[in-house]
Design a protein around this ligand. Structure first.
Ligand code: NAD
Length: 283
C-alpha cells in the first residue's frame, strides 16, 4: 500500500507573497521542511532576505527573498522573471500579503445615542483613502499576483493557489469594514477562480485563520500599557472554544495539506484554522 506524505512538494517552486510576515514565515518554515524551493515575495525586501536566509540555513532548501509589491503588476512581472531564472517554473502560489490599518478602522464599535454626535468616530468618519488602501491590499493584492504567478502553472497544466482569508469573511468584526469586506471577497474569488481553472489543472483554495496576535492587530487586541488583553482581545478569547489565540505554527498543517497532491480532488474550499471560533454561536 502506498503511504501518504508531502513528498510530492520536494523540489517544487513555491512563491509566497507577504512571506516575510508573522503568519507567512511560519508557512515558509513548513514548506521548506518538506523540501520545496521558496521565493518570499514581499514589499519589505530586507525582512524577506533575512527570513529567507534563516530558513534556508535551517532547512537546507533554497529560500530566496524577492522584492515585490502585490498592487503593481510591473513589479510582480519583474519578480516572476527573477524567480524563474533563479528557481525555475512556479508550481505553487500562496497569497499571504494582506492586513488591516488604523486608517480603515472606526473608533467606536457601534453607534449609540451617547456617541452619535461624534460622527468622525463612526462609519461616517472613515476616510476613503484608508478604506481603499486596505480593500486593495487584501483583494487586488490577491488578484494581481494570481494573474502573474500562475502563468507557468497554465503552461504546465498543473498548479495550486492558496489564498489567505479570515474569520471576518464569515461574520465581520466591528470597527474594520474594509478588511472584512475584502476578506469576504477572497472567499468568493477563491470559489470563482477554482471553477474557472478546474479543467486546466490549477486548484484554488484558501485558509481562514482565526485570531493570532501579529503586527496588524496588536493595537486592537492588546492593552499597550498593561500588556494584558484589551477588552476586545478578551472577547476574542472568550469566543474561541479552545480559549486562546492561535500560534503561527497552527497554520502549517492546513497549508501543506492544501498545496500538496494529498488534496488533489479539492478545489474551491476555505478551511478555517480558528480553535472553533467559526463553529461557536456565542452561547
Ligand atoms: P504581517 O503584517 O505580519 O505580514 C504581512 C506581510 O505582507 C508583511 O511582511 C508585509 O511586508 C507584506 N506586505 C504588505 N503590503 C505588501 C505589498 N503591497 N506587497 C507585498 N507585500 C506586502 O501580517 P500577518 O498577520 O502575518 O498576516 C498574513 C495574512 O494573514 C494577511 O493576509 C492577513 O490578513 C491574514 N490574517 C491574519 C490574521 C491574524 O490574526 N494575524 C487572521 C486572519 C487572517
Amino acid at each position: 500500500m502506498k503511504s501518504l506524505s508531502f513528498n510530492d512538494l520536494s523540489g517544487k517552486v513555491c512563491v509566497i507573497t507577504g512571506g516575510a510576515g508573522v503568519l507567512g514565515s511560519a508557512m515558509v518554515n513548513a514548506i521548506a521542511s518538506v523540501g520545496a524551493k521558496i521565493a518570499i515575495a514581499d514589499i519589505n525586501k530586507e525582512v524577506a532576505d533575512k527570513v529567507a536566509s534563516e530558513i534556508a540555513k535551517e532547512s537546507g532548501t533554497e529560500v530566496i527573498g524577492i522584492e515585490a509589491n502585490v498592487l503593481e503588476k510591473a513589479s510582480l512581472e519583474k519578480a516572476k522573471e527573477e524567480i524563474n531564472s533563479r528557481l525555475g517554473d512556479i508550481d505553487i502560489l500562496i497569497n499571504g500579503a494582506g492586513g488591516n490599518s488604523p486608517q480603515a478602522t472606526t473608533k467606536v464599535e457601534t453607534m449609540t445615542e451617547e456617541n452619535m454626535d461624534n460622527l468622525e468616530d463612526t462609519f461616517y468618519g472613515l476616510e476613503m483613502e484608508g478604506f481603499d488602501k486596505v480593500f486593495a491590499l487584501n483583494f487586488k493584492g490577491t488578484l494581481l499576483p494570481t494573474m502573474v504567478f500562475t502563468r507557468d502553472m497554465l503552461k504546465n497544466k498543473k498548479g495550486v493557489v492558496l489564498n489567505v482569508s479570515s474569520m471576518n469573511a464569515y461574520k465581520p468584526l466591528t470597527k474594520i469594514p474594509a478588511y472584512s469586506a475584502a476578506k469576504a471577497s477572497i472567499n468568493n474569488f477563491t470559489e470563482w477562480l477554482a471553477v474557472h481553472l478546474a479543467k486546466v489543472g490549477i486548484r484554488v483554495n484558501a485558509i481562514a485563520p482565526g485570531f493570532f496576535i501579529t503586527h496588524q492587530n496588536r493595537f486592537l487586541v492588546m492593552d499597550e500599557k498593561t500588556g494584558n488583553y484589551s477588552a476586545r482581545g478578551q472577547k476574542i478569547v472568550d469566543n474561541t472554544p479552545m480559549g486562546k489565540f492561535g500560534e503561527p505554527e497552527d497554520l502549517q498543517g492546513a497549508t501543506l495539506f492544501l498545496i500538496s497532491d494529498v488534496s488533489k480532488f479539492i478545489t474551491g474550499i476555505v478551511i478555517p484554522v480558528d480553535g472553533g471560533y467559526s463553529a461557536f454561536g456565542g452561547v
